[in-house]
Design a protein around this ligand. Structure first.
Ligand SMILES: Cc1cc2nc3c(=O)[nH]c(=O)nc-3n(C[C@H](O)[C@H](O)[C@H](O)COP(=O)(O)OP(=O)(O)OC[C@H]3O[C@@H](n4cnc5c(N)ncnc54)[C@H](O)[C@@H]3O)c2cc1C
Length: 382
């Protein structure tokens, strides 16, 4: 049992922390306020090799373990939560899925560009009528000679508008009567004829991370771009989500840490009744609870990543980390606003944005209720 990060992980943590402070922080708020996709910031991450964190060297990446990926997502999210989710979807969903399930040809074609930052990846499972009930897809894939023809509407696609390629899940009715065994995954180029971004969602938070609705209208995908075998789509999607959920837990930890830092700073400055807020025990207790909960969430998140890195079963740990860290992020940001009083309700203070940004964490990549279902299923199997 060792509660210290290794020297390599510590060095990585220091490097990415410094980088985010110097290169991301000065521009983060502006992208957020303008609802603008942060391409220049992604390019900076790419220049340091981070966009290829889950891509093997053979394809131009700097493949690290998952713990390293988690540390980077945490630090990015501490400075800019929108960039945290953009990065997490690219590295721990798109690149991971391709590396794990792609053919050699697909890896050469997509991973090399993904590692250099030339191509941003997205992952599209959700549909207007299929969220938690993820295998209930309406989008169809029909084989036609050496192609598949995709038709349907995909919803809530992070990076969807800016993606060079999207992993799309669709159903092939003829494969099975069981919903789970009907799904197949495809790598769909962002500029494919028949693929159209039909809407950008107007969201409560994460304004620098646009979320797209995508229409697939007779969208032709070469059979060589099928990811895995026909009928393996659900298995691929659920396995990849088990991993990327740890990334969302890390996003929650980074965002919560920032909320705590902002609350601490404010409590030291603001005076009431001729005392600093920091002198009131009620405020101290709030800060103490925030710090304690964040620490618990951080270690559960690291534990899930380490279990994966060691090759141990990690599905329950991943769901537990996601559940705890995202629920805590909502509590911590609520308290950070409370410590700020009226100023916490003002757009001038960062905690207002963090409060809004945290709300989605218990919803995407599986709601808290879905995480509890996964945890309970694992408990009964153990
Ligand atoms: C900003 C944002 C970005 C997203 N990015 C992506 C993306 O990149 N790719 C992608 O594929 N999807 C993405 N999503 C979609 C997201 O993963 C889904 O919204 C999520 O899975 C929940 O599905 P839903 O919204 O349809 O809710 P529903 O499934 O309709 O659930 C509504 C409520 O019912 C509860 N519920 C549902 N079923 C059960 C059950 N069996 N037991 C108990 N409670 C239940 C839920 O927990 C929730 O509280 C994104 C969503 C958002 C908001």
């Amino acid at each position: 049992m060792n509660f210290d990060l290794s020297e390599e992980h510590k060095l990585l943590q220091e490097t990415i922390r410094e980088f985010c402070q110097e290169e991301i922080a000065p521009q983060a708020r502006e992208f957020e306020e303008k609802h603008e996709f942060p391409t220049p910031l992604i390019n900076k991450l790419a220049n340091l090799g981070f966009m290829g964190m889950s891509v093997p060297e053979k394809y131009g990446g700097i493949k690290t373990d998952l713990l390293a990926n988690v540390i980077v997502i945490e630090e990015i999210s501490r400075i800019m939560p929108s960039l945290g989710v953009i990065f997490s979807v690219h590295t721990s969903l798109f690149c991971y899925a391709l590396n794990q399930f792609g053919t050699e040809e697909q890896k050469k074609q997509y991973l090399t560009r993904a590692a250099s930052g030339e191509l941003l990846g997205a992952f599209s499972l959700t549909e207007p009528n299929a969220g938690s009930d993820a295998t209930n897809l309406s989008t169809t894939a029909e084989r036609s000679g050496s192609n598949y023809i995709l038709n349907g509407t995909k919803a809530w696609v992070t990076n969807g508008q800016n993606a060079g390629a999207i992993i799309v899940l669709a159903k092939q009715k003829e494969l099975s009567t069981e919903k789970k065994k009907r799904l197949t995954a495809f790598i769909v180029d962002g500029d494919s004829p028949g693929l159209k971004v039909t809407k950008i969602e107007k969201k409560m938070g994460l304004h620098a991370s646009p979320t797209a609705e995508i229409l697939l209208e007779n969208c032709t995908v070469p059979a060589s771009q099928r990811l895995g075998e026909e009928g393996q789509g659900a298995r691929i999607a659920f396995h990849c989500l088990d991993i990327s959920r740890i990334g969302i837990a890390a996003q929650a930890v980074g965002l919560s840490q920032r909320a705590l830092e902002e609350a601490l700073r404010y409590a030291r400055q603001r005076e009431a009744f001729k005392k600093k807020l920091a002198d009131f025990q009620a405020i101290q207790f709030m800060l103490a609870d925030m710090a304690t909960q964040i620490e618990a969430a951080r270690w559960l998140t690291y534990k899930a990543a380490v279990y994966y890195d060691r090759g141990q079963p990690f599905s329950k740990e991943s769901a537990q980390a996601k559940l705890l860290a995202t629920e805590i992020a909502n509590k911590v940001t609520y308290q950070a606003v409370q410590v700020h009083g009226a100023y916490g309700y003002s757009r001038e203070f960062l905690v207002e944005q963090l409060y809004r940004d945290s709300r989605v964490l218990t919803i995407y990549e599986g709601t808290s209720e879905v995480q509890r279902l996964i945890i309970a299923r694992n408990l009964f199997q153990e």
